[in-house]
Write a protein that binds this ligand. Sequence first.
Ligand code: GLC
Length: 430
Amino acid sequence: MDIKESFLITLGDMRKIIKDFHREMEKGLSGRKSSLGMIPAYAARPTGSEKGSFIALDLGGTNFRVIEVELKGGGKSRILGVKNFTLNKNIITGSGERLFLFLASRVNDFIKSEAQGSGRRRELGFTFSFPVNQTGIASGTLVKWTKGFRAKGVEGADVVKLLNEALAKKGLGNIKVAALVNDTVGTLAARSYSDRACDVGVIIGTGTNACCAERPRTSGADEMIINIEWGNFNKLRRNSYDKELDRRSENPSHQVLEKMVSGMYLGGLAGLVLGAGSFSSRHMSEIESDVSRGLSRVGAIAGRLGIRAATPMERRFIKEVCCLISTRASRISAAALAAVVTKIDPKLSRRHTVAIDGSVYEKHPHFAKRMKLALREIFGSKASGIRIVLTKDGSGKGAAIIAAAAASKIWRHHDYKSESDRHAGEVAGE
Ligand code: GLC
């Protein structure tokens, strides 16, 4: 089979993905074995009336951030402060305790330099973008690390407990995790705070995943957001490069869709096809942006990576390989998204906003366009009822919003009697 054919996703393939996806979703929801997690988030979408100021800690990859958000109600909000931090390899592969103490220290730095009213009770939204077996709005155990994380002692442990303990050890007993959310859930919440039509959240960045708001089937039941964990979907045809990439990965046979779609792996696939070790997804974006006659950028990048690209034909081939791999990624994403939307609304009888974020979607020169074109192939003119909206940095903001909705419920579960709390109580009672 030639390279082109091995990366091709036809309309027929997309239809098959949709069918298999629906089947896996059903299995996951009914508790049967499935490659899709279908994990309840123990939260519904916000109403837009949530108010107050909340902190969020957003951990989804080696970069993480602490933010403070003021929710004003009426769908309006304002970011009061943001601080970005980087985790080095030692921390993400060392002990879990060290990782969480590091996170707590950074919250401390943030509180000292940015947040107002330190010392008083604060609720924190914790965006933890890994597969978590969520057991409540503020509890959940890590199922399995993804995206290169390996910190020991965290898989199987309650990550909210770990963070609360680390915060207390750092003298921040006045801050409690009010909500544990996946980044897709945060992204959905951030957009739906002001857009009622938003019912799907998607991330296509270092990793990839989606969540959706499940309408209650019985009247009176509450809506629930479901974290699909679509990165692990495994009903996809893999070629020899996919299999090789999987063998060399840290989590063989897991995250099959993610390995075909997300930024952590796209460059690696191109590297395997072209025989270049250090190929990254950013190189792919740069190569596919080169529209110069002689493909000079392609030549320069290939030169740096040690790929022969002397002749125009060689350069065209390199660009073509990148194009094949990223096009497949965009079409698989479109099919998965089509499956999610038709799961919640089989006939597309209403409008849907899809809140989306992530470096691949945002930064790749053609990804977003190709994904939308593929949706059009699948749905025809009905595709216009699906509005895909880039929701930048929504994951943290959304966690703060969900924390706001959950805030009232957490304090009575904690034995919290510090000086500052009594003081906060007095102030509140004035
Ligand atoms: C990985 C994680 C998932 C997250 C996604 C996007 O797939 O398992 O929880 O949502 O990356 O960051």
